[in-house]
Design a protein around this ligand. Structure first.
Ligand SMILES: Cc1cc2nc3c(=O)[nH]c(=O)nc-3n(C[C@H](O)[C@H](O)[C@H](O)COP(=O)(O)O)c2cc1C
Length: 199
């Protein structure tokens, strides 16, 4: 007898993982601030090292902000993003350590752990990436699809949107309900034996 007992049902497994896809087109149905807030209320509980939580999510809702973000995408990505009801920039705050007095209060020296700029930058980015993963799954849980994009001019976008701030972009993310022909055939995933080994 198997000792695997899923604690979420088939439908939830499909919604979050097996049937979930990266969307390339979207319907025009808007994505509300309430929806994003509901997703954040879930994904903020995803773990990060020393509870650092460096991810910042910038919703480009104004015409100007949206045009600026799209202007930094590679042409193929720009075409995809144009159909998205919501375009977000997933960024990190390089000064995330300023919050540790509240978010890691039992360790007085927490902020000093990240005094070195290079180490803080590295930590912000890898922990921010981790949080992006939580975000993608969180969006799926309320029926939203996302299109994460690395095909953009990060330096240009950061200079345009985040000059003089401690924010740095990790990716651009389109968000909405999948539209017509939203995806091609599913690409193969590595098999268990290719990924997991026991030593
Ligand atoms: C971090 C990240 C960056 C990506 N960047 C791009 C991109 O710039 N342009 C694009 O068309 N797809 C991009 N993708 C989409 C991936 O190719 C896609 O998620 C992957 O092939 C799996 O597709 P599926 O979820 O439909 O199975 C990106 C995905 C991730 C997670």
């Amino acid at each position: 007898m198997s000792d695997v007992q899923y604690l979420i049902d088939d439908a939830a497994r499909q919604l979050l993982f097996t049937e979930a896809r990266t969307a390339n087109t979207f319907t025009s149905e808007p994505v509300s601030d309430e929806q994003i807030a509901a997703v954040y209320d879930l994904v903020r509980f995803g773990p990060t090292t020393m509870n650092t939580q460096p991810l910042r999510i910038v919703l480009a809702r104004s015409d100007d902000a949206r045009a600026r973000v799209l202007g930094h995408l590679l042409p193929g990505n720009k075409a995809k993003a144009e159909s998205a009801p919501l375009v977000a920039v997933c960024a990190v705050d390089l000064n995330f350590h300023d919050h540790l007095v509240d978010t890691f209060p039992h360790f007085a020296g927490a902020r000093d752990v990240f005094a070195d700029d290079a180490f803080r930058d590295r930590t912000a980015r890898h922990q921010g990436w981790l949080q992006c993963g939580y975000l993608i799954v969180g969006l799926r849980s309320i029926g939203l699809a996302s299109g994460p994009m690395l095909g953009y001019d990060a330096e240009g976008l950061d200079a345009d949107l985040f000059a003089g701030t401690s924010l740095r972009s990790l990716m651009v993310m389109t968000i909405g309900r999948p539209g017509p022909d939203a995806w091609q055939e599913r690409l193969p995933r590595l098999a268990y034996d290719e990924v997991v080994r026991t030593i």
